[in-house]
Design a protein around this ligand. Structure first.
Ligand SMILES: Cc1cc2nc3c(=O)[nH]c(=O)nc-3n(C[C@H](O)[C@H](O)[C@H](O)COP(=O)(O)OP(=O)(O)OC[C@H]3O[C@@H](n4cnc5c(N)ncnc54)[C@H](O)[C@@H]3O)c2cc1C
Length: 423
């Protein structure tokens, strides 16, 4: 890697943004013989990539049915279908295996490096870039893009150097976690170049909860509760999966996946989250099981009995909501109290509170409108020598490796198409 000083750079492909999408695009372009430069404003590429999967790098989802895979990306999912047919989970895993990264598949098709180190993915990409002689220029913050007629003429760095390329790929990511470099610059350029930017919103975001006592539950994890959201008495959606209580509210994969939608409901009335801690058991069955448990343990406190059904730390909150004294012994609990306990475990209601800004989402919802990008090439339909890749495009998935897979796939397609556009 080198820092560039006052040079005028002429190349065939300039990739703006050294994140997963940009690195993959640069590799694909260089593999096809294009003289490629990768521009990254940070001191090193891939800062956000290092955070992924809690540092373990859940870099792909191995869903092999491409229609099912695309369905995970919501209404813009079909935009990715061609891209996945060219470079989907199988190809992404093979690609990293080819770079020496051994991989493993965990539950829900989540793919990780065998080492559990996101850094291994990043190092493999950097080695790949170096092996193909891609010019990686760090500390290179693009501050402007100049257009002439229907094409980009040059890009300007903050040190006033110009980069002149035949084609450009914008892969500057979203606007989330700006400390990693993804500060939303690309949206402004895309808009100035004539592209429509769909409104930005936080996606994969936690949910703040109004009840103050929620902080007492911080750290409690649930494996597979049913989570439903209600507004104005109407059930809006339900999800199943892992969740986690935090001092401010609720988080964990299943909550993150619906957090953006919940944030979007703010302003139209209070939103309530209903948690069913034991979705496999119907209410009547649960009441029977609680009775059996209480009869077996007459001198145990209610809170200790409930620890046989849910994490122990959750029992006091259930008692609080059900208005039952936690220290009461099981033999003193009345039938109506038992009923209230079961009802609370099946329908634990919390009111959604504080919403988080776009910067807090693990992903930025919205972005460059997909109707203005050719899904077969990732080429702009508005600017002749411009391509897009990665999170800047308005197509995002849930947790589970879907978002990095989108980056590998669109990055690959952009890099291949851009080199074809030179020849
Ligand atoms: C905490 C966290 C955990 C995550 N975990 C996972 C996970 O396990 N699995 C998964 O699939 N996804 C995960 N994601 C999402 C994933 O990280 C993103 O989808 C992915 O990083 C997007 O890649 P990108 O290349 O499009 O953009 P980015 O990774 O955001 O990279 C864009 C790059 O462009 C650079 N740049 C921006 N502006 C300029 C400029 N003006 N000039 C020069 N360079 C610029 C930035 O510095 C940055 O390096 C996670 C996200 C977060 C925040």
């Amino acid at each position: 890697m080198e820092n560039m000083k006052n040079d005028k750079f002429n190349c065939e492909v300039a990739v703006i943004g050294g994140g997963p999408a940009g690195m993959m695009a640069a590799i694909a372009a260089a593999q096809r013989g294009a003289k490629t430069i990768l521009l990254e404003k940070n001191a090193a590429p891939g800062k956000k990539l290092l955070l992924t999967g809690g540092g373990r790098g859940n870099f792909c989802n191995a869903e092999s049915d491409l229609r099912k895979l695309a369905a995970n990306y919501g209404q813009n999912g079909p935009f990715l279908f061609h891209s996945f047919s060219q470079f989907g989970p199988k190809e992404a895993i093979e690609f990293f295996n080819g770079l020496g990264v051994k991989t493993k598949i965990e539950n829900n098709n989540r793919v990780f490096p065998k080492s559990d180190r996101a850094a291994d993915i990043l190092n493999a990409l950097i080695a790949g870039l170096n092996g193909l002689n891609v010019e990686i220029v760090c500390g290179a913050r693009i501050i402007g893009i100049e257009k002439e007629n229907n094409s980009i003429k040059k890009i300007v760095l903050d040190n006033r150097d110009d980069i002149v390329a035949k084609n450009y790929i914008i892969a500057t990511g979203g606007k989330s976690y700006p400390q990693t470099g993804s500060a939303g610059d690309g949206y402004l350029w895309a808009q100035a170049l004539g592209h429509k930017i769909d409104p930005l919103s936080p996606a994969l975001v936690p949910v703040g909860i109004k009840e103050e006592w929620i902080k007492d539950l911080a750290g409690v994890a649930l494996e597979n509760p049913k989570i439903s959201a209600f507004q104005n008495g109407k059930k809006l959606f339900s999800a199943r999966g892992e969740m986690l209580f935090a001092h401010f509210g609720v988080s964990g994969p299943a909550i993150l996946n619906i957090g953006g939608a919940i944030a979007g409901l703010a302003g139209n009335g209070a939103v309530f989250i209903h948690l069913d801690f034991l979705p496999e058991i119907i209410n009547g069955e649960l009441q029977k099981k609680i009775l059996e448990n209480f009869q077996k343990n007459p001198n145990k406190t209610v809170k200790n009995c409930l620890a046989d059904f849910v994490p122990a730390a959750l029992a006091p909150a259930i008692c609080r909501v059900a208005a039952v004294d936690t220290e009461k012994t099981a033999n003193n609990v009345e039938k109506k109290e038992r009923r209230r306990i079961a009802e609370t475990m099946k329908n634990f209601k919390l009111e959604a509170g504080k919403t988080f800004p776009v910067e807090s989402g693990m992903i930025t919802g919205g972005g460059v409108n997909v109707a203005e990008i050719d899904h077969k090439t990732m080429r702009s339909k508005i600017v002749a020598n411009l391509y897009f890749a990665g999170e800047i495009i308005n197509v995002h998935g849930p947790t589970g490796g879907f978002n990095l897979l989108q980056c590998w796939s669109t990055g690959r397609l952009a890099g291949i198409s851009v080199s074809a556009n030179i020849r």
